[in-house]
Design a protein. Structure first.
Length: 272
């Protein structure tokens, strides 16, 4: 079974988590970000939380160095389509037909990146969730022309690393889980925006009824409200329905720099 090395491009919230997960399962990971400081922060985070994994993460000084000799490159940069297309053009030029290209996008189908690649038959979505070393779920989805053998190869690799792959049948914006989560998130925001409850009340009720924590607002804070907003705007752009536009409540928090856990304040306040 294929065991690496692989590349992760983007060392932000999910990028470093993906790198940590595979490194912790014995895979050599080359981590690259256009910001060297982001890579330094990512390496420090892994060193603090999973010192046994950091030895298998190589901080790459360039995109070319990151992908040299890998069989899989996973993109994990912010949810901005043009930035992703530009990156995939670079990756495709470096890759030729030699390695698989994957996007961790939580709202863009890989079909939207196909024109930026020279070999779309080797392009797919590999969508991870926060703390993938703990949750273990990854959704795989075709770009419309992905070679089924590539999907099988990536699924087998994920399984060999102790992850559980779910292959989306056809193409679905939001994959499987995020379409369900989106309905919960959207209605939670609408309930609060309409003044029917506070975020704290919604979360408390959720935790009591569902016997599960965290609640929707605490979960959005963990994801990052800027990421939540980008995703909601993506859904609205695709549907063209004004009712899908994100509420002013969410936009206001993001514009004020209150992005959740990572900035110390979102729907809730955080220390440290």
């Amino acid at each position: 079974m294929e065991r690496g090395p692989i590349a992760v491009t983007g060392a932000g919230t999910l990028g470093w988590q993906i790198a940590r997960t595979f490194a912790g399962r014995g895979v050599t990971v080359r981590l690259y970000d256009a910001s060297p400081e982001a890579v330094e922060r990512a390496m420090a985070r892994v060193r603090d939380e999973a010192p046994e994994a950091v030895e298998r993460i190589v901080a790459a000084g360039s995109l070319a160095a990151a992908v040299a000799g890998v069989w899989l490159a996973i993109e994990a940069i912010p949810e901005q389509l043009e930035a992703k297309r530009a990156l995939f053009e670079e990756l495709s030029a470096l890759a030729g037909s030699e390695f698989v290209l994957a996007t961790n996008s939580s709202s863009f189908r890989s079909r939207l990146l196909a024109e930026a690649t020279r070999h779309p038959e080797r392009l797919l979505n590999t969508h991870f969730y926060n703390e993938p070393w703990r949750r273990g779920a990854v959704e795989l989805m075709t770009c419309g022309v992905t070679d089924p053998a590539v999907l099988d190869r990536v699924a087998a690799f994920m399984t060999s690393c102790g992850l559980t792959p779910f292959v989306v049948q056809g193409e679905s914006t939001g994959f499987i889980f995020n379409r369900i989560w989106r309905a919960i998130k959207r209605e939670s925001l609408r309930v609060v925006a309409a003044g029917h409850a506070t975020p704290e009340e919604v979360d408390r009720l959720w935790c009591l009824v569902m016997e599960s924590a965290p609640g929707p607002f605490a979960r959005m804070d963990r994801v990052g409200l800027d990421v939540v907003l980008d995703i909601e705007r993506r859904y609205a752009a695709e549907s063209g329905d004004p009712n899908d536009e994100p509420p002013a409540l969410l936009i206001d928090l993001v514009e004020r720099g209150m992005l959740g856990v990572k900035t110390g304040r979102g729907f809730y306040e955080y220390e440290g």
